[in-house]
Design a binder for this molecule. Sequence first.
Ligand SMILES: NC(=O)c1ccc[n+]([C@@H]2O[C@H](COP(=O)([O-])OP(=O)(O)OC[C@H]3O[C@@H](n4cnc5c(N)ncnc54)[C@H](OP(=O)(O)O)[C@@H]3O)[C@@H](O)[C@H]2O)c1
Length: 296
Amino acid sequence: MRVFVTGATGFIGSAVVRDLLDAGHEVVGLARSDEGAASLAATGAEVARGTLHDLDILRAAADAADGVIHTAFIHDFADFAASGEADRVAIKTFGEVLAGSGRPLVVASGTGLISQGTLITEETDAPNPPPIPRVSEQTALEFADRGVRATAIRLAPSVHGEGDHGFVPQLIEFARQNGAAAYIGEGANVWPSVHRFDAARLFRLAFESAPAGRRLHATDEQGIPFRQIAETIGAGLGLPVKSLAPDEVEGYFGWFAHFAAIDNPASSALTREWLGWRPEHVGLIEDLEAGHYFTK
Ligand SMILES: NC(=O)c1ccc[n+]([C@@H]2O[C@H](COP(=O)([O-])OP(=O)(O)OC[C@H]3O[C@@H](n4cnc5c(N)ncnc54)[C@H](OP(=O)(O)O)[C@@H]3O)[C@@H](O)[C@H]2O)c1
């Protein structure tokens, strides 16, 4: 099939492109820079030049494809409302093009957007109103009743692997800056995780066969205690590991304090049952122990 992929140059999207091509699909990827276009073309994918704000380009590319996988996101935490709105408008644009056709629309979402402190499953509804202004899942799934095979992939907050520039490298940076790896209190809050190649395969499986309206969980490990992540980072950097009292958290983590406190156990049992998805790559701790996270 011919698949239009946004975020095709990103950490996860580039793995999705590779997985799709390996499985025999044709890929048209969105790229907003010369460098991105060149790296995408080198994979064998076609390139659509444009940004998430170029709605005519998004419309034409979606119209010419058998479906859309949307992994692009403007990660601007200083103006997250604008990022969330650009995402909503892009997804709505895809939904309107695909409406009535039965074609797939697969969008990236996050388990961390769903709830905190209790185990979530694929049947757990997204909160309304959302905790932060990102409604990828809600926007896409509205089209499930309008003849679009719309699905959402809820990604673990740590999608890991070589080239990661997400939350785990951020934790490593805080440890370097502070001379110690840290966790909050007992460090008993948990983060689920998934390797990027396993996440990529789930995007493809969803595109190929997930029924309309499904929420799917890209979580290999259901929840790793934050203390264990901090201890592994401390060992990797050769730094001490410490617990932070409540009044130390802001000073250590700054803007990241909210994310460091995430307690987000997330099962993927239904995703595995529905799609036969089986993660095959290493877990987060083993990936950290491999050393590549600590070579700058
Ligand atoms: N990585 C994680 O641990 C994680 C966890 C939970 C959810 N997610 C979600 O998964 C999705 C993919 O994440 P990722 O880690 O692959 O992110 P990433 O590496 O930062 O990639 C983001 C992609 O979006 C593109 N992009 C950014 N701004 C754009 C714009 N204005 N117009 C068009 N394209 C634009 C980037 O293009 P350039 O290459 O040109 O910058 C890149 O291809 C996102 O929705 C993210 O929020 C990721």
